[in-house]
Design a protein around this ligand. Sequence first.
Ligand code: PHE
Length: 459
Amino acid sequence: MANATKPRATWSGKLAFVLSAAASAVGLGSMWRFPYLAAKYGGGTFLLMYLLFVFTIGLALLLLETSLGRKTGQSSIGAFKAFGKKYAFIGIFMSAVPFIIVPYYCVIGGWVTKYLFGYVTTAPDVLADGGTYFSNFIASGPESVVCMLIFMALTYFIVALGVNKGIEKANLVMMPALIVMAAAVAIYALTLPGAMDGLAYYLVPDVSKFSPELVIAALGQTFFTLSLAMGIMVTYGSYLEKSTKLTSSVTQIAGTTFGVSLLAGLMIVPATFAALGSGEAVAQNSGPSLMFIILPQVFQNLGEAATIIGIVFFVLVLFAALTSSLSLVETCTSIVSDGTGWSRGRSLIVTIAYITVMGIVVNLGYSSLSFVQPMGEGTSILDFLDFISNSVMMPISALMTCIFVGWIIKPKTLVDEVRQSAEFKLAGVWSVVIKYIAPVVLVVILVAYVAQTLGLFSM
Ligand code: PHE
């Protein structure tokens, strides 16, 4: 292994690990993606499916990745290679995913930064103009690039401080702050007139809303929010001491992620319902622009409170985005370092250079490069990267990992690893999920995605 002799960073304890993994998980996926998916797919029904997936396949894969990382002490490429050179390709494939996600993640981080500045410096009605503000901004070239660079600079700064002094400390402050703010905004949102009907829409499952698309969306969301299938949890596991209990850690990580997603939905869905009047209207209007176009209009209806709610809301989304982008940059750095044997500093510089250049390209996808429409009329480079990573590469990577552990190295190898620190009563169930259930579900999803891409049904 390239860096077998280099001392490896370690978490300062179980809390630091759980917090950092939860911080990676809780991000734009929970704050921005989950509410619009829930709003779109009939509220309660989507929530229930997501709950089911997080605590079955999500949890099983979290345990798999963290235990694989801890067993081998390597990030993804090294972890697979540890069982034979011929398996390194799984790690390489998986490692490509964060490199694809991080540039566009920072672009959206830049949008959040812009909206925060917007609420601080201008009247809330300027942002609530039905979409012109948003489209002008993303098409502005230099301005959106600058916002992205500010977001990136914050991320790089924290990562450069290192695992203990940077990432752990930042998460220790930002995560609790985020949860408190989210709870406060959610409580406030629920007191708005009409919000109770919206709450029912959000929480009560309606069987008639059930559809294959919904199931696929819920599973994709599970991967994305739990930061699975891209080597992040392998890397985080590799920083663990053998004494840290894995089973309870992963349960806490999944629980926190689900809890924050639930809160994010509570902040957004009932209030949007109250503003738009019906579930159908909510479903029709929701999509990636929910947070940037519809939500400012919801805030605008609050009158005096709009500015303060806007600021608190975008601060908390910014925190969530930052703690996740940290984990992406950290993982990319660790992959470069393990792969080349370079020092952490040098690897970080190379990673930063790559992300910055790619981020600019993604950004220009809305202005000077807008003629690049990889997935057809009206699509952007960002849409393409999101699709390729979430819908194609992550399911494939998860499938390969399950087959690798379930059938090649055998679940017992990792069960033994988990048992080094604690009892693992559900080892039998876990093995069945990894060997049979997860692969079958993943194949179904992949086939469904292909069908969708070929236009057999729409999402
Ligand atoms: N889990 C993060 C979120 O929900 C996104 C993310 C994906 C972070 C991949 C790291 C890696 O926003």
